[in-house]
Design a protein around this ligand. Structure first.
Ligand SMILES: *Cc1c(COP(=O)(O)O)cnc(C)c1O
Length: 417
């Protein structure tokens, strides 16, 4: 029997904690294994666990049952063959890339990326890894940037905050003809809108601090692989010793190498918070997409600020949103107010919307990106990322749409005064 999205979020994969014969009870959630180390019955057994000859856990930086449950649920929901959880979204982005790159390699990335990721690409230059930015991740923009040294293309499926949408199928068709993997940051799209593997993505990363967790209570990230990309060891030299793992080569290399040794593991507590939060991902996204569209339509009709939301019929991405996301536009919209002063006044007058640097919470959040997240970027970088001095990013919440709309209406009224 096939399971739909919301059912699968609750019931897949099967929990190892279900009651077994002769046991008094199971538990409905994986408990929090809040321990650093795991005891084993004999030296022989621990030797086997350490050398991957037996299943089990030794030390929570390398593996932990609560974290393992979260990884398995993410892998299932994203249709991957496995997942590796990280201490933050940035740790996931970093490890996903460094697992395949070496000095001399080039990355091509979308210009409209999350600010932290743009900063990371600058940090990687010290290690001989260069990033070229494409205005948008399109076949037209990527074509001229590809060289023999291009080892990965990195893009956000819905750019945060530019809100440009990647045509995943079209882009991956081009990249695969050149033996280049597409690493998709699916944080803002979420598996509710699209499964990027279905359309050709090779590696998926999430800042699970956002929609996966859903309650704004834990920082975390996750990397998922579906095993489809062939990591030719003449181009990806580090893969020679992992060839024996077949389609698990990427995950085995990550787990046994950089990820483990970098030490950016996820805490069991935060994995638990994500497991609880994930169960309502479908419900929340349904409500968030509906609220975002209602607010966007109100603001467009009102006309006093300029609104950008990919599911508006006036958006250039509307046809792609219909085709790729079933018409849903995600939970972020941006508005332009005309000036920084007006943007600040609007933010300060909002009653419910919280002024904070996050997305994917249950409450509506707003921020002025150019004075905060993009404070380290220069003007051309900001504009390429779709960040302007008069722009406000709104991460919609699950409040009643009427209340959110009324809040923005009164704030815009007083912004104009
Ligand atoms: C927040 C975010 C990140 C970074 O994640 P953290 O959990 O804050 O480290 C990366 N990509 C996108 C699209 C994000 O929104």
């Amino acid at each position: 029997m096939g399971m739909k999205f919301n059912t699968a979020l609750l019931h897949r994969p099967p929990r190892p904690e279900r009651p077994k014969e002769n046991e008094p009870f199971g538990s409905t959630l994986t408990p929090i294994y809040q321990v650093s180390a795991f005891e084993h019955g004999s030296a022989e057994q621990l030797e086997k666990v350490f050398n991957n000859q037996a299943g089990g856990f030794a030390y929570s930086r390398i593996g932990n049952p609560t974290v393992d449950s979260f990884e398995k649920k993410m892998a299932y929901i994203e249709k991957g063959i496995g997942a590796v959880a990280c201490s933050s979204g940035m740790a996931a982005v970093t490890a996903a890339l460094l697992n395949v790159l070496e000095s001399g390699d080039e990355i091509i990335a979308g210009a409209g990326l999350f600010g932290g990721t743009i900063d990371l690409f600058r940090d990687l230059e010290a290690f001989g890894i260069k990033t070229k930015f494409a205005e948008h991740i399109t076949t037209e923009a990527l074509g001229p940037l590809i060289t023999d040294r291009t080892k990965a293309v990195f893009g956000e499926i819905i750019g945060n905050p530019a809100l440009d949408v990647v045509d995943i199928r079209k882009v991956t068709n081009l990249l695969h003809s050149r033996n280049i993997p597409f690493i998709a940051d699916c944080t803002t799209a979420t598996p509710y809108l699209v499964n990027a593997f279905d359309l050709g993505a090779d590696i998926i990363v999430h800042s699970s601090s956002k929609y996966i967790n859903g309650g704004g209570n834990s920082i975390s990230g996750v990397i998922i692989d579906n095993g489809s990309f062939h990591w030719d060891e003449t181009r990806y030299r580090g893969f020679a010793e992992y060839k024996k793992y077949g389609k698990f080569a990427y995950l085995a290399k990550l787990r046994n190498g950089l990820w483990r040794n970098m030490g950016a593991c996820l805490s069991p507590m935060n994995a638990f918070m994500n497991l609880v939060g994930m169960e309502t991902l479908g419900l929340r996204m349904e409500r968030l997409c509906s609220n975002a569209l209602k607010l966007a339509q109100f603001l467009e009709k009102d006309g006093r600020v300029k609104v950008n939301y990919p599911a508006l019929e006036t958006s250039p991405y509307y046809p792609l949103v219909k085709q790729q996301f079933g018409g849903k536009g995600g939970a972020i919209l941006t508005i332009r107010t005309g000036s920084k002063e007006k943007a600040f006044r609007l933010i300060n007058r909002l009653q419910y919307a919280v002024n904070a640097t996050n997305i994917g919470d249950v409450r509506t959040l707003v921020i002025h990106p150019s004075s905060t997240i993009y404070a380290h970027s220069d003007l051309p970088q900001r504009e390429a990322a779709g960040v302007y001095d008069d722009l406000i990013r709104i991460s919609i919440g699950i409040e009643d749409a009427e209340d959110i709309i009324a809040d923005f209406k009164q704030a815009i009224d007083s912004m104009e005064e």
